[in-house]
Design a protein around this ligand. Structure first.
Ligand code: DX5
Ligand code: ZN
Length: 217
């Protein structure tokens, strides 16, 4: 099974992001949480910072847009050259149009859903997406506890992706650590975001390898 470990730089030292990216050079992608203080009650960073991260990162970027109006903003993030751009289903009435605008700009198109959002309406749209992100906490903050109640939904998504035969990454985000990663892997996740677990470790790189081994079991 292909396992991807994407550390979230939300838990990194924001005064030294280039150095922090160097600590996770053995990871698959660097997960970047963009928050606008409207879609979620927190504010992080925006386009100018993402543009610079894209230039200095040793690994590709996995952007997670927790913002309103993705139809307007998501294409601009794709134009930074980010490998994947994920927007929230709850933030748009036309996820297919947003996804197409991302693919047109060469990014993998991702759709994220909050813990309380059902996956079923999106299963018939799977061919439009390259990545589906199941939030395992309420978006907005790092360091929260994994919500195991989202696992049945993750399992239904994983089955639908397998049945489709499409190359769609099934990603989980929130509370992923030594105790929870195997649970999410068992339910079908292939791509794992981990913030505090990785950047809180003495050796972030060793923790990336450790999480990878736990997920692959
Ligand atoms: C939360 C963010 C997550 C966050 C995860 O809204 O989307 O990516 O950084 O942090 P941990 O791994 O600490 O739960
Ligand atoms: Zn995230």
């Amino acid at each position: 099974m292909v396992v991807r470990i994407n550390p979230s730089i939300l838990a990194a030292d924001f005064a030294n992001l280039e150095t922090e990216l160097g600590r996770i050079a053995n990871a698959d992608l660097a997960h970047v949480d963009v928050m606008d203080n409207h879609f979620v009650p927190n504010l992080t960073l925006g386009l100018p910072v993402v543009e610079r991260l894209q230039q200095v990162s040793p690994i590709p970027l996995d952007l997670h847009l927790m913002i309103e109006d993705p139809a307007r903003w998501a294409p601009l993030y794709a134009e930074t050259g980010a490998f994947s751009v994920t927007f929230h289903a709850e933030a748009t009435t036309d996820p297919v149009a947003v996804a197409r605008s991302l693919r047109e700009r060469g990014a993998r198109a991702g759709i994220a859903i909050k813990p309380g959002t059902e996956i079923e309406p999106y299963l018939e749209l799977l061919p439009e997406f390259d990545l589906v992100l199941i939030m395992t906490v309420e978006p907005g903050f790092g360091g929260q506890s994994f919500m195991a109640g989202t696992m049945p939904k993750l399992g239904r998504l994983s089955e639908a992706v397998k049945a489709s035969g499409l190359d769609i990454w099934v990603e989980v985000d929130g509370g992923i650590n030594d105790d929870t990663i195997a649970v999410a892997a068992e339910a079908g996740a292939t791509t794992f975001v981990a913030g505090s677990s990785v950047f809180g470790a003495e050796s972030a790189a060793a923790q990336v390898d450790h999480l990878r081994s736990l997920a692959a079991r």
